[in-house]
Design a protein around this ligand. Structure first.
Ligand code: CTP
Length: 408
């Protein structure tokens, strides 16, 4: 189950151009299985209509503390008691100031003030012009709301509706979803530093050609996202893939197996968990031509010789830290047949405590997968599901097996 399924979210909109993004956010929340109750300030209704938000959430929108639909006429109490979390997106500079002062003269700030502090978390996705964001008054207010128990999600940087460029944009709906999901995810990997390889490698034959494979990197990126949501500090070493970097994850892009090894060697001394999902090319051309190889008219292909690439996982697993138990190594096996037999043998050959098998051709590029976990106790299947769901399950399995995070 994803962390948001079954959650009841009060989505509050205050005034700002970013209200248009809140329509998409509401849609994503509903798609994730949450129920969404929208509450809008008068200013928000200048930017997007309650009709849109009602249509997307299937619930009529609240805009007034005098809403007669509530039997007891206490919308602020009823709405805040029913929520698993209150998320204000966009949260304007004015709304933050209102929270700081504990104002209660309109429904949204009133229900934030009335929420049971210990039970109903308040998350804020600020949105404003860069000067407003940088203003000492806003920064002072942000520090104060955080101290009063709100979780401030931060802002994006870039072009703003006013034409200026800088900090203050509301996070994208997908980013807010990641933050919210992480908020509800058990922090099983808190304090762990997770290093992940993902995607294919590209081994150059000449400046325009090379050998690679069909790995999309989706499984590794999903694991990076899930590990981060579970509280880990995550570094992702990615081969050539077309995927956005998961929020809060440090990404190092590489091309060849040797580039990947160098990046991993640089990061492994800091890591406590290493997860090798990359489909590393087993061989590379013995020589990479400096210029494009031309046809010579003979009709014969150029003679290509290959040499074996370093085995990144096996090298890391053989390192002193891994052998001492300070670095928990997880391997993947992409097989096309006899998954259990091949993957079990690979676990021993690579010297890793946990190996995750999957059928390569059935999963490359797909959004779902099925996994077979093999450790020294035996094997266990994680049945077919989305890669995001499997990544969450795998993170829980790794957390249950790896040594506790070292003290900082
Ligand atoms: N791996 C690696 N470096 C390599 C080859 C593989 O780090 N040069 C890692 C992969 O990231 C994966 C595991 O080793 O975690 C197994 O990869 P796989 O390609 O299935 O196995 P190979 O070692 O290449 O064995 P074979 O091709 O014989 O199946």
């Amino acid at each position: 189950m994803n962390a948001l399924a079954g959650k009841h979210i009060v989505l509050g909109l205050s005034g700002g151009v970013a209200c248009y993004k809140s329509a998409e956010l509401a849609r994503l929340l509903v798609k994730a299985g949450a129920t969404v109750q929208v509450v809008m300030t008068e200013a928000a209704a200048q930017f997007i209509t309650p009709v849109t938000m009602q249509a997307l959430t299937g619930r009529s929108v609240y805009t007034s503390q005098w809403d007669a639909r509530e039997g007891n006429n206490m919308a602020h109490i009823n709405l805040s008691r029913a929520a698993d979390a209150i998320l204000i997106a966009p949260c304007s500079a004015d709304f933050i100031a209102r929270l700081v002062q504990g104002r209660a003269d309109e429904l949204l700030s009133l229900l934030c003030l009335a929420r049971p502090l210990q039970q109903v978390p308040l998350l804020l996705a600020p949105a404003m012009n860069r000067e407003m964001w940088a203003h000492p008054a806003t920064q002072r207010n942000l520090a104060q709301v955080a101290q009063d128990g709100a979780r401030v999600l931060g802002v994006g940087c870039g072009e703003q509706a006013c034409g200026e460029t800088g900090d203050g944009r509301m996070l994208e709906p997908g980013e807010i979803m990641e933050e919210l999901a992480a908020f509800f995810t058990p922090q099983r990997l808190a304090g762990q530093r997770v290093l992940i390889t993902a995607g294919p490698t590209f081994e150059a034959i000449d400046p325009v050609r090379g050998i690679t494979n069909l790995s999309s990197g989706k499984m590794g990126f999903a694991i990076a996202r899930a590990a981060r949501a579970a509280g880990a500090e995550v570094t992702l070493v990615a081969g050539p893939v077309h995927l956005p970097t998961p929020r809060g994850v440090r990404r190092i892009d590489v091309r060849s197996a040797r580039n990947m090894l160098a990046a991993v060697e640089g990061q492994a001394p800091e890591a406590t968990i290493f997860i090798a999902t990359a489909a590393v090319a087993d061989w590379r051309p013995a020589h990479s031509a400096e210029h494009k190889i031309k046809k010579d008219g003979s009709g014969m292909p150029p003679p290509l010789a290959f040499v074996e690439n370093p085995d990144i996982l096996a090298q890391v697993a053989a390192s002193e830290r891994a052998r001492a138990g300070a670095l928990y190594c997880v391997g993947f096996a992409a097989e096309s047949e006899h998954l259990l037999a091949h993957a079990s043998a690979k676990r021993v050959r690579k010297g890793v405590p946990l190996l995750v098998g999957n059928i390569g051709p059935a999963t490359f590029g797909q959004d779902d997968n099925a996994l077979l976990l093999i450790d020294d106790q035996g094997h266990r299947e994680l049945p077919r599901a989305s890669k995001d769901e499997l990544a969450r399950q795998l993170v829980a399995e790794i957390a249950a097996r790896c040594p506790p995070a070292p003290p900082r």
